[in-house]
Design a protein around this ligand. Structure first.
Ligand code: URA
Length: 219
């Protein structure tokens, strides 16, 4: 290890720092990553530190016991719902990369009731200042008292994309919740609560990010 042959028994190896070879071949330690699903509440910012002193998502997942978790993509401060955090940089980068078109599901409460024309526009793609959006899945869930709940699935992650798409068709967002990220669902996680990703969810998430390793999961 690190040029010493053989190392004393019981030597501790620090992944990413120590270099271990056996018969001249590099041996990589098994990666031991952390994956956390957080229900981000409104008013909590998705940064490590906030100059304005607002609460951060990092504060909410401190007890997850991982020293260097970072968020997969962003949610606006006002948006609530599912945020993945991990120290697995490769998976995080792939999930955030537009090439993999990982589905993000949102439930938006909007002003007014979008008509067929608005829904068609959202489904086909709307023109925003940074270009046309990819086709989205859109469904009206219900309406009452001048507000409407809309389920929207997008496969990009542009800044404030859902709010801008709904603004563009004349139905500004009053409330926005992310309910799904790829195969992962928010389900009944309470606001501010977090849980570890289940092994089957991790396999499905890796597949969604183009890291097909379903075989690794079988016994
Ligand atoms: N789209 C938005 O407009 N806001 C978010 O927080 C996420 C997606």
């Amino acid at each position: 290890m690190n040029g010493r042959r053989p190392p004393e028994s019981g030597t501790l190896v620090e992944p990413g720092v120590d270099r271990v070879t056996v018969d001249g071949r590099r041996v990589e330690p098994a990666a031991d990553h952390h994956y956390v699903v957080l229900h981000k509440p409104a008013g909590v910012v998705v940064t490590a530190r906030d100059p304005q002193g607002r609460p951060t998502v990092m504060g909410l997942v401190r007890e997850a016991g991982a020293p260097r978790l970072f968020p997969v993509g962003r949610l606006d401060t006002a948006t609530t719902g599912l945020l993945l955090l991990t120290d697995d940089g490769e998976l995080a980068n792939r999930l955030a990369h537009p090439r993999h078109k990982v589905a993000k599901e949102y439930v938006a409460t909007v002003s007014g009731v979008p008509g067929e024309r608005d829904l068609r526009a959202l489904r086909g793609g709307v023109m925003l200042e940074d270009g046309m959006t990819l086709p989205a899945d859109v469904e009206v869930l219900g309406s009452a008292r001048g507000l409407c709940r809309v389920r929207l699935v997008i496969r990009e992650g542009r800044n404030r994309q859902v709010r801008r798409m709904l603004d563009a068709v004349g139905h500004p967002v009053r409330e926005l919740v992310r309910s799904g990220f790829g195969p992962v669902r928010l389900a009944r996680l309470r606001p501010g609560g977090w849980r570890r990703l289940r092994p089957a969810e991790l396999v499905a998430l890796r597949e969604a990010a183009g890291l097909a390793d379903a075989a690794e999961a079988s016994p």
